[in-house]
Design a protein around this ligand. Structure first.
Ligand code: ATP
Ligand code: MN
Length: 461
């Protein structure tokens, strides 16, 4: 007999003999009947198993405790109890795996998020993490669907790289050199020629540079993969390993880029509202009472578009008492971004034309000589969710900026070549997948929207 998933059983009409397999959430008994709530991860909802206590061995029923894995055959019957349409009248129960109640850490009562992080190997079995991980899957699927429907090509950019996209350092080195006896050059520096790749390599911080090469051949591409930042940012919005979606489009100006970013993010939120109802309702009840109304308001709102300079003016005139002082030229902190979004406009904001000093070398320079065509999308509760720009397509201006910043040309020759051969206006952006998930799930900490978070001093599991 084939196993049926709980999500399908709950929609099936009563009468059939069925087989279900899953993990016990709770067991309770009255008189001669035992009720088991069984969950198999296919939905947040459990199926109720009803056992006639007289029919089953006491020793078998004793093994059915929270966390145990069982297989149940029986008749799908109309449920007399409230809360579910159907239940299973058990005929045959097999215990696949016990879970000793004295040591199984996930008992019924609500556990703190901090505690659950310490048992990340088991937390997917909770309602909250089940919901988050199903939504995470749905969002990944929707991302591919959005771009596929628009004719974008999914380009796989390398994880191991010898270029530093942002020029900011903060990369994890990749090496096979022996740490206890590193080969040195005469001047004392590390001899990377003896390393695996014959040069210094790192984990990528962004697939953008290679993404641009793709766009200059295929037109519209996107990447969706893991990225790494060795920054010591212990915040609820930073991970050392996170996933990023980076579309890159030939012939897009900054306005087209903003249009796509807004359409994309609204599409994803709408997709979640339409396809993840049970999980969102659960999170709305248990985690964040304003979650669904916030999601609905964002899909129905036109994002504000505003220059960095106008944004700074608003902050200066706000009279608010910020921890980090405001002035033209500063890199906006989360508190500033959230002031604009949550207090001033009360809707998402796309901020453009940032000072070139605080943005990456590849951004298109404006006529004023001071600003670049950057665009950051700022969201309530999150701050920056997307960072993007129109790219500098002029060979001369790009090379000049690289020289100004004293960057190493030799690692970037292939990137610069795109401006030498058939250059074209183009733009792109990066959406942090976990920042999106923070917004869509209402979870407060980025460590709780990825199965196994990587943060400073934490790489367990
Ligand atoms: P922040 O100022 O918040 O650190 P950033 O300016 O470093 O962000 P970008 O380099 O523009 O971010 O990266 C693009 C997107 O990737 C960001 O808009 C954000 O959604 C996401 N992101 C960046 N750093 C992290 C991180 N450490 N953990 C999770 N997501 C991140
Ligand atoms: Mn950062």
């Amino acid at each position: 007999m084939k196993r049926t998933k709980v999500i399908n059983l709950l929609q099936q009409r009563p009468g059939d003999e069925v087989l279900v397999k899953g993990w016990v959430r709770t067991k309770r008994g009255i008189k001669n009947v035992t009720f088991i709530a069984l969950n198999d991860g296919s939905t947040i909802n459990n199926i109720q198993i009803v056992c006639d206590t007289a029919v089953f061995d006491e020793s078998l029923l004793k093994q059915i405790t929270t966390g145990a894995c069982i297989a149940v055959k029986g008749e799908l019957a109309a449920s007399l109890g409230s809360g579910q349409a159907v239940e299973i009248q058990a005929r045959d129960i097999e215990v696949l795996g016990t879970a000793d109640p004295d040591i199984y850490p996930l008992q019924k009562k609500g556990h703190s998020m901090e505690f659950l992080r310490e048992i990340a190997h088991l937390r997917p079995r909770t309602n909250t993490f089940g919901a988050v991980l199903r939504i995470r899957h749905a969002m990944a699927f929707a991302i591919h669907k959005f771009f596929n429907d628009k004719g974008f090509v999914y380009l796989h950019t390398p994880i191991i790289t010898s270029s530093d996209c942002e020029g900011a350092g903060e990369m994890f080195h990749v090496t096979t050199l022996p740490l206890e006896n590193v080969p040195k050059n005469e001047d004392g520096s590390v001899n990377f020629e003896e390393d695996f790749f014959g040069r210094q390599t790192s984990l990528t911080v962004s697939g953008q540079l290679e993404g641009e090469l793709g766009a200059m051949a295929l037109g519209d591409i996107y990447t969706f993969g893991p990225t790494f930042r060795a920054e010591n940012s212990n915040t609820p919005r930073h991970l050392a390993e996170f996933w990023m979606i980076e579309p890159e489009m030939a012939f897009y100006e900054i306005e087209d880029n903003m249009d796509l970013a807004e359409e994309f993010i609204k599409y994803l939120i709408r997709y979640a509202l339409d396809n993840c109802k049970d999980d969102l309702n659960f999170l709305n009840n248990m985690i964040d009472k304003e979650l669904i109304s916030r999601l609905e308001s964002v899909v129905n709102t036109k994002f504000v578009r505003l220059s960095y300079t106008e944004g700074i003016d608003i902050l200066l005139k706000s009279g608010a008492n910020f921890e980090f002082p405001v002035g033209w030229g500063i890199d906006l902190q989360s508190e500033h971004e959230r002031y604009l979004v949550e207090k001033h406009f009360k809707k998402p904001v796309i901020l453009t034309n940032y000072p070139k000093e605080i943005k990456a070398f590849y951004m298109k320079q404006n006529e004023d000589g001071k600003t670049v065509r950057a665009m950051d999308v700022l969201f309530p509760k999150i701050g920056e969710i997307i960072g993007g720009s129109q790219r500098e397509e002029s060979l001369e201006k790009l090379e000049q900026r690289i020289a100004e910043l004293g960057m190493d040309h030799s690692n970037l020759w292939w990137y610069i070549d795109t401006r030498r051969f058939g250059t074209a206006p183009h733009s792109g952006f990066g959406l942090g997948f976990e920042r999106l998930l923070l917004f869509v799930t209402g979870m407060a900490n980025i460590r709780d929207v990825i199965p196994f978070p990587r943060t400073p001093k934490n790489a367990e599991f």
